[in-house]
Ligand binder design. Sequence first.
Ligand SMILES: Cc1ncc(C[n+]2csc(CCOP(=O)(O)OP(=O)(O)O)c2C)c(N)n1
Ligand code: SF4
Ligand SMILES: [Mg+2]
Length: 351
Amino acid sequence: MTYIAKPRLHHPTLTKNKVGHTRRDYEGRISTLCAGCGHDSISAAIVQACWELDIEPHRVAKMSGIGCSSKTPDYFLGASHGFNTVHGRMPSVLTGANLANRSLLYLGVSGDGDSASIGLGQFAHAMRRGVRMAYIVENNGVYGLTKGQFSATADQGSKSKKGVVNNDAAVDLVGMALQLGATYVARSFSGDKEQLVPLIKGAMSHGGAAFIDVISPCVTFNNHGGSTKSYDYVRQHNEAVSRIDFISPGSEITASYAPGELVEVAQHDGSILRLRKLNDGYDPTDRHAALEHTHRHAAQGEVVTGLLYIDPLATDLHCAMNTAAAPLASLGPETLCPGGKTLEKINAALR
Ligand SMILES: Cc1ncc(C[n+]2csc(CCOP(=O)(O)OP(=O)(O)O)c2C)c(N)n1
Ligand code: SF4
Ligand SMILES: [Mg+2]
């Protein structure tokens, strides 16, 4: 209920992280979503990930579009920057903000309608440009907010609550992200916090465009038999490629897995993603193999989850454009406007 404010008082013994915050400091307002909605579990995973990463909340900019999923940034990181954009336009607003100030951590939260229908072009260009961000799609296969129409990620042959069959082919956002050049691509399930939290931590520490497709059941409109985005379906068909562990810079690396079963991937910031292979020979640094693997299993009705692809040496849009390291707002007028003579020179060079 929106009118019930969350109490600000904390119990004095709540555990604090390295920057002096309790988990509660990463929460937002009380959720107004339906009880049991997968999106609320994703919000809880984001809270957990940011708390464990010792992120100062004011260093995060959370952006979204329109939909139940896009409402969720109100329910986490209440002390962060936020921008609720027009339907499907989150990626371009995030890109602009990122270009103006690269010192923030960008978290884009969207829905399957928001990113795979009206915002598909925006999604594609943010991925191919390598905008540094953690982009999460809370994928329920329907337009939850507008009462349950099929979205573009609904699987062909799956059924609506009233039994209508979806005849259209599904847009595969994971496949698109892989093809378009995203450098961190994962899929998870809102009901699997153990897998989702380290995936979010890895995405937020990544040096380029990170995308996570999270299957997030809509309990009101798409949680019946015949749906391929229901709790029961995903639990029965979940096929994980790896078990993931996130180790932040400076943490002790313990060897809890038997040698030979582990892949360790170091990221730019010194964090390490430790992947315990569940599938023999699965290589998370092979983009083509990731595409082939996910498509082959999808054809068998399986939902492949885990960290599907990572480029540990990823760079981002700022690197490609050779932009200033400092936020634009911190640059003085002499730097931002170098004067008439410089402009004349530029114009002359273009004639
Ligand atoms: C320009 C525009 N077109 C259509 C709508 C109506 N609309 C609001 S939310 C939505 C779909 C949301 O679906 P999704 O992104 O999957 O979010 P969910 O509610 O399922 O989490 C639509 C079509 C709108 N708000 N603005
Ligand atoms: S309508 Fe569906 S997506 Fe929206 S809050 Fe309810 S369960 Fe969640
Ligand atoms: Mg949806």
